[in-house]
Ligand binder design. Structure first.
Ligand code: AP5
Length: 224
């Protein structure tokens, strides 16, 4: 492990800011493990686990899942071998966690506070447009957009040929509630992580946003 390279990276941003899109680009370039709590919860819903059933009732109404559930989920996941360097030290890209100050406290208590926090900053109007046009592939997790990243064939995933869906929480009323939750519960993290936070303008084309994020990663020791 090179100690000069940031090993614990967190993506913060409003719903639809483009965290998943940026994460995919960073993972492809830097070989990080991408831990998306939203993806983990949706997988639990599909699998019908207790966590999934509980989470669904919160996700469907645009509310955050209780902290203790989320902390347990992430604490277990980051212990896995794929989130560790050969010397056992942690290495991951967290997308969607922490989302509250108590979640940030829990991460710090476990010695997993971030070396770098990328804050993808996007105004609310753009978010609503992005989420109402987003189409996701339940089979492989690919994300498309009917206007900004249209699939080659209508309703069909470019990557695996699966049928694209409109996420159940990507409808106007729920999007507004998710934005409220972000403003009240998640935005305070920006101040909390003041010393390691790097703001990226997310209101630009995806390739420009990714380029800016890659430039930050290089400053934190990553080489492509
Ligand atoms: P989660 O899945 O994490 O949802 P989110 O934070 O609301 O983020 P999204 O996945 O909606 O958006 P994104 O920022 O990844 O954007 P994307 O790249 O897809 O969480 C869902 C729910 O789970 C939460 O509401 C909560 O209930 C629960 N949950 C999860 N974690 C939790 C936690 N820690 N604590 C408690 N509850 C938790 O892009 C969006 C669209 O825009 C796409 O169509 C994309 O193609 C397009 N796009 C992306 N970038 C650009 C660009 N630069 N220009 C134009 N279009 C773009």
């Amino acid at each position: 492990m090179n100690p000069r390279i940031a090993q614990k990276i967190i993506l913060v941003g409003a719903p639809g800011a483009g965290k998943g899109t940026v994460a995919k680009g960073l993972v492809d370039r830097f070989g990080l493990i991408h831990l998306s709590t939203g993806d983990m919860l949706r997988a639990a819903v599909v699998a019908g686990t207790d966590v999934g059933m509980l989470a669904k009732s919160f996700m469907d109404r645009g509310a955050l899942v209780p902290d203790e559930v989320m902390v347990r989920l992430i604490s277990d996941r980051v212990q896995a071998k794929d989130c560790r360097n050969t010397d056992g030290s942690p290495r991951f890209l967290l997308d969607g966690f922490p989302r509250t100050l108590p979640q940030a406290d829990a991460l710090a208590t476990e010695g997993l506070g971030p070396d770098l926090v990328l804050f993808i900053d996007v105004p609310n109007e753009s978010v609503v447009r992005r989420l109402s046009g987003r189409r996701t592939c339940p089979a492989c997790g690919s994300v498309h957009h009917i206007e900004f990243a249209p699939p080659l064939a209508d309703g069909i995933c470019d990557r695996c040929g699966g049928t694209l869906v409109h996420r159940s929480d990507d409808h106007d009323a729920t999007i507004r509630k998710r934005l409220d939750a972000f403003a009240v519960q998640t935005a305070p993290l920006v101040q909390r992580y003041g010393s390691v936070i790097e703001k990226v303008d997310g209101n630009l084309p995806p390739e420009v946003v990714l380029k800016a994020a890659v430039a930050v990663m290089r400053r934190y020791g990553f080489a492509t």
